[in-house]
Design a protein around this ligand. Structure first.
Ligand code: MF3
Ligand code: CO
Length: 279
């Protein structure tokens, strides 16, 4: 999609502004994660995130993007990404992916998480856990590799290594039709960040690169379809899906996860990666 276009490399000061945007997104998603319950509507989740972003004096980046009508995307069960919040009432055991973006002083942050509501099917929890671990492995690859292709390889390595007994032994689908992206003065910039294993080595990983890493896994195949609303992406086979995303900066001294309160330190330490000091 962005092939050979110019990549916007950020200065450390610009990365620090992006962190302010990232932490607004982190706070909005934390509020949604804390408050989401069966009986709420997906529009309720949108209102929670919108209130946090407004209170921070930030701007929601999704609202009005290509005519998108809400602050967050809420994608439930077989919905993969870009679900539009509305009157849908959440039920026990639902798999709820929430994606949020915000702008501070012209700089963007973008992150997503998946919550499996109480009375969960353990197989759905395992799916979301695998997607989250795949995301962290993809992020860690930015610290250990010099090509972006390592992100998708790390994602697929996690999927390959995951015990799928709870999924009837079937390997998770790794969605290829939607990818991660550069981010900075716009939400979507070059380069593409493939969340799957591909032939291309990908763009060079170097200081100043800021990207969103966002794997989507399904309990079935990777095939997706877009609903009549022209936004909501669902799995073609009706299987449930999970989506996790963080915005990450590559600095001279290492990486920093801009949409995580601790910069990703705790999860990356488990993978043997130390984060760069940003202050
Ligand atoms: N956050 C999504 C992404 O990661 C984009 C949402 S599309 C929008 O690329 F229209 F809702 F903004
Ligand atoms: Co994104």
């Amino acid at each position: 999609m962005f092939g050979h276009e110019r990549i916007e490399l950020k200065t450390p000061d610009q990365v620090r502004v992006m962190r302010r945007a990232g932490l607004v997104v982190a706070d909005a998603l934390a509020a949604v994660r804390d408050e989401v319950r069966p009986g709420m509507t997906t529009a309720d989740l949108d209102a929670i995130a919108a209130a946090v972003i407004a209170a921070a004096g930030a701007t929601p980046s999704f609202l009005g993007y290509d005519g998108y009508p809400a602050t967050v995307c809420v994608s439930v069960n077989d919905e993969v990404v870009h679900g539009i919040p509305g009157p849908r009432v959440l039920e026990p055991g639902d798999v709820v992916s929430v994606d949020c973006g915000a702008i501070v002083d012209g700089w963007h942050g973008d992150s997503a998480l998946t919550v499996v509501l109480a009375d969960a099917d353990p197989a759905d929890v395992a799916l979301s856990d695998a997607a989250e671990r795949a995301m962290w492995a993809g992020i860690a690859a930015l610290a250990t590799s010099d090509r972006l292709g390592a992100v998708g390889e790390a994602v697929e390595d996690v999927v390959d290594a995951t015990d799928t007994a709870l999924n009837g032994g079937a390997r998770y689908g790794v969605v290829e039709e939607y990818v991660g992206h550069g981010i900075g003065t716009a939400m979507h910039q070059p380069p593409d960040v493939l969340n799957y294993r591909a032939r291309a080595r990908g763009a060079r990983v170097r200081p100043g690169l800021c990207v969103a890493v966002e794997p989507m896994l399904t309990r079935g195949t990777q095939a997706t379809q877009v609903l009549e609303d022209d936004w909501t992406v669902v799995t073609a086979d009706g299987s449930r899906a999970a989506h996790w995303e963080h915005t990450v900066a590559v600095l001279e001294s290492g990486i920093w996860v801009l949409t995580a309160r601790d910069g990703g330190a705790s999860r990356l330490a488990e993978l043997g990666v130390a984060v760069a000091p940003l202050d």
